[in-house]
Design a protein around this ligand. Structure first.
Ligand SMILES: C[S@@+](CC[C@H](N)C(=O)[O-])C[C@H]1O[C@@H](n2cnc3c(N)ncnc32)[C@H](O)[C@@H]1O
Length: 197
């Protein structure tokens, strides 16, 4: 009897330890990448997504081979919507944070979109020269580096959409204010037309 209850207590402790280790692993999978990238995986809200989609044309300029890149695709919500909206284009989401990336992969498997990929990768290390549309929702510090990268790689006519933060010195082609509590702005740029001299 005594042996049985001691055994039960050891089993319970073991289960508690495993649960704690799993919880810590999940927390680390979200917070360590935030320390590395400086951008938490906050998803675009429904209202902001609606404003963003309202900025985008029904057909993207350039050839259908032009790729749509989401730089920091988080939990996958935006990229899934883009894959649905532009079925003729390949959509690629780059994400450095493993847990959001994993969730996005699961959402993709359920949705069945064939024109969408989520890659666990740093967008800074990718060549974006074949883009027809680039989306981002990043913090201002990251935007400055990204702006240099886009200026070096994109071809004129490529569309760029930024959630909340504007690119310094670039005049947007269009912008909207989302109907959320922060009244978040969203910006549309066309590379080659919106840079100021
Ligand atoms: C504010 S969230 C936006 C998520 C998603 N784009 C959305 O709108 O729902 C920014 C995301 O960018 C990712 N990120 C930041 N720097 C990155 C990098 N260099 N490469 C890939 N992902 C990055 C972060 O991990 C985070 O998930």
């Amino acid at each position: 009897m005594l042996f049985y209850s001691t055994r039960k207590r050891v089993d319970r402790m073991f289960i508690e330890l495993i649960s704690l280790a799993l919880a810590l692993l999940l927390i680390a999978m979200v917070f360590i990448p935030v320390l590395l990238t400086g951008a938490p995986p906050v998803p675009t809200s429904f209202s902001v997504r609606t404003a963003l989609m309202g900025l985008l044309p029904r057909r993207l300029p350039g050839p259908a081979t032009g790729v749509i890149y989401e730089l920091g695709s988080g939990w996958g919500g935006m990229a899934l919507k883009l894959a649905e909206m532009y079925p003729d284009h390949q959509v690629i989401g780059f994400e450095l944070s493993p847990l959001p990336w994993l969730v996005a992969r699961l959402r993709l498997a359920v949705s069945g979109h064939r024109n969408l990929r989520f890659r666990l990768a740093d967008y800074n290390r990718q060549d974006l020269s074949n883009a027809s549309l680039v989306l981002c929702y990043l913090l201002p510090d990251l935007m400055q580096n990204l702006q240099r990268k886009l200026a070096a790689e994109l071809t004129p006519g490529t569309l760029i959409v930024s959630n909340t933060f504007a690119f310094r010195g670039w005049r947007p082609l269009d912008d909207r204010i989302a109907d959320d509590i922060y009244k978040s702005p969203v910006y549309l740029y066309e590379f080659g037309r919106t840079e100021e001299a």
